[in-house]
Design a protein around this ligand. Structure first.
Ligand code: ATP
Ligand code: MG
Length: 567
């Protein structure tokens, strides 16, 4: 392939409206262009990388017995109503009507259509287990599309769905898929972690995310050398023991206009960990009171799951006053009536705690669980914080890192087969629900994450397996007969060996060609100039060898050297 013929519109300047390095480099290297917010055009270089990623995924999915399919991108409303997700997905779902006024959505994920296919085609246990996968565009009306193709309105996903006769079989296959995903990311050389995650709108009992480690990643994870890892949204916390104290009697304290825990703590010369923070939430329109320690925060995802609520939000001032008879800032768990109270594991351990007195401008001290207040549920309902100990090994402090979620796998169980009646007949003739798993990798996001992890000041440094080309030949002057002859010969031999080669045949200064070479990041570069060629040599340089200069090689040796390197 010739550079001059390909649409690779590289840019010297940094594009103005891009927010992270991968987005800048994708535009500068001519891989993509932006059509509108969250919508990108993939040009030849970008498309080649997507296809390479697709091929790696296809290989791994086939190894674990997957069968490639293609489901429609348009999905009728009725399917999504069967599972309730027509409502649950809210504004993120792109909806439209056809000319007959029938309602549809653009698929944000494909559990509904695939379960519909399965309920029609699978009858017997003899047809199970089964794994189907596809490479299809997904559509999500993201509230804030950003970070280039990382969070876009339309993106390419590899989504896979597995179907089993029982939970144990799903469990086994779920682990096989986790290993297949690990193989893919190891192949690409990624620094990544597999972490326990929450299931969001997809649901199911258990899920893991695959996080590429990146300082500017949107996600925060915790991990421990014992092997535990979790998204902070999901990370479990343990009860924090406190030094035992003798229970003393309650005492009201005048705290005029001082309401925030840290201010009251300062005023009373106490640590925030001595406080009970009392929050009022609405869970599916019913008020609930949540108690966490003064130095902790409520984890709303945990709260939602404890209450099995569809929707959770902080109650307004009016609700708070009607329940506690006090304004926000002075509420506490004492004398609450007709409201469910959820206390965090660590809150009930605070001896002689301080909290709001349910009276304007007053706090109350020496509050003790059991004697002065009770909770309907005591559970892990807070966010993990620095200094928290690993909930698995209970030995080390958890470590915090940032990451980019590029894959997510879910044990769905019977969530979809139940609501959509997808059943099979077992060997005894009994009808059972099909047990399901689903497994997604964001291909466009994986591409961007690769650039986040592999770049330097000059441009992208592609891992070999997903590079748009493997070798770039730069003839200093392609119009010189001898240089052209050598360039063509090396190129032909490499192509014969199945190597992806690009020739920079442009009539440009060598400096510009080298700069573009660094920017687009092809792993190996062969420079062919008059002087070296007169000695029978060309120069070979690896893009990831940032400091090293090129190596001179005899013309006749360069192809075998490249083939060795590519192995
Ligand atoms: P996020 O929390 O980042 O919104 P998600 O949990 O909604 O992701 P899943 O529904 O699990 O994502 O989708 C599977 C994969 O699809 C994700 O791991 C990610 O790689 C990719 N993905 C999700 N949303 C987007 C998006 N808006 N743009 C690009 N890729 C996306
Ligand atoms: Mg999302």
């Amino acid at each position: 392939m010739f550079f001059s013929k390909l649409l690779i519109p590289t840019l010297k300047e940094i594009p103005a409206d891009t927010d992270i390095i991968s987005a800048k480099l994708m535009i500068r290297s001519g891989m993509v262009r932006k059509l509108a917010s969250g919508l990108y055009e993939f040009l030849p270089l970008g498309t080649r990388v997507l296809k390479k990623i697709e091929n790696i995924l296809r290989q791994e999915m086939n190894i674990v017995g997957g069968q490639e399919i293609m489901l429609p991108l348009i999905s009728p409303k009725e399917l999504w109503e069967e599972t309730g997700r027509w409502n649950i997905y809210g504004k993120e779902l792109f909806r439209f009507k056809d000319r007959k006024n029938t309602e549809f959505c653009l698929t944000p994920t494909a559990e509904e259509p695939v379960t519909d296919l399965i309920r029609k085609e699978i009858k017997s246990y003899k047809q199970l287990p089964l794994m189907l996968y596809q490479f299809r565009t997904k559509f999500r009306d993201e509230i804030r599309p950003r970070f280039g193709v990382m969070r876009s309105k339309e993106f390419l996903m590899k989504d896979a769905y597995s179907f089993h006769t029982n939970e144990a079989d799903l469990e086994k296959y779920y682990n096989i898929m986790i290993n297949a995903y690990k193989n893919i990311f190891i192949k690409c050389g990624f620094k990544f972690r597999v972490v326990e995650a929450t299931s969001g709108a997809i649901g199911g009992s258990f899920s893991h995310e695959f996080m590429i480690l990146a300082d500017n990643g949107e996600e925060e994870i915790v991990w421990c050398s014992c092997g535990y890892g979790a998204n902070v949204e999901k990370a479990e916390t343990l009860m924090i023991e406190q030094v035992k104290e003798k229970k003393i009697s309650l005492e009201e304290l005048f705290t005029p206009n001082i309401s925030a825990v840290k201010d009251v703590a300062k005023f009373l010369k106490l640590l925030p960990s001595k406080f009970i923070k009392t929050m009022v939430y609405m869970a599916d329109n019913v008020p609930v009171v949540v108690l966490v320690r003064g130095d902790h925060e409520v984890n709303e995802i945990k709260l939602q799951s404890i209450l099995t609520a569809n929707e959770i939000f902080i109650a307004n001032e009016q609700t708070v006053v009607s329940i506690t008879k006090a304004p926000v800032g002075f509420v506490g768990p004492l004398r609450l009536k007709n409201v469910k109270v959820i206390a965090d594991l660590s809150v009930v351990e605070i001896p002689n705690a301080v909290t709001g007195a349910n009276k304007k401008d007053y706090h109350i001290k020496n509050v003790n669980y059991g004697r002065d207040y009770k909770a309907d549920i005591v559970a892990d309902v807070r966010k993990v914080i620095r200094g928290d100990i690993c909930p698995r090994c209970k030995k080390e402090d958890l470590k915090f890192s940032r990451g980019i979620e590029i894959g997510h796998v879910f044990k769905l169980g019977t969530k979809y087969s139940k609501s959509m009646s997808a059943t099979y007949i077992d060997s005894k003739g009994t009808k059972n629900l099909i047990v399901m798993g689903c497994y997604g990798i964001g291909i466009t996001r994986m591409l961007a994450a690769a650039i986040e992890q592999f770049h330097d000041d000059d441009g992208i440094i592609w891992p070999l397996c997903i590079a748009p080309f493997e070798v770039l030949i730069i003839p200093v002057n392609y119009f010189d007969a001898k240089i052209k002859e050598t360039t063509d010969k090396i190129c032909k031999e490499l192509l014969f060996e199945g190597v992806d080669v690009l020739i920079d045949d442009r009539d440009e200064r060598t400096g510009i060609k080298f700069k573009d070479a660094d920017l687009i990041g092809i792993p190996y570069r062969i420079a062919i100039g008059e002087k070296n060629l007169s000695n029978g040599c060309v120069e070979l340089k690896a893009r990831n060898d940032c400091k090293g200069g090129g190596k001179l090689l005899r013309v006749e040796d360069v192809v075998s050297k490249i083939l060795k390197l590519l192995k």
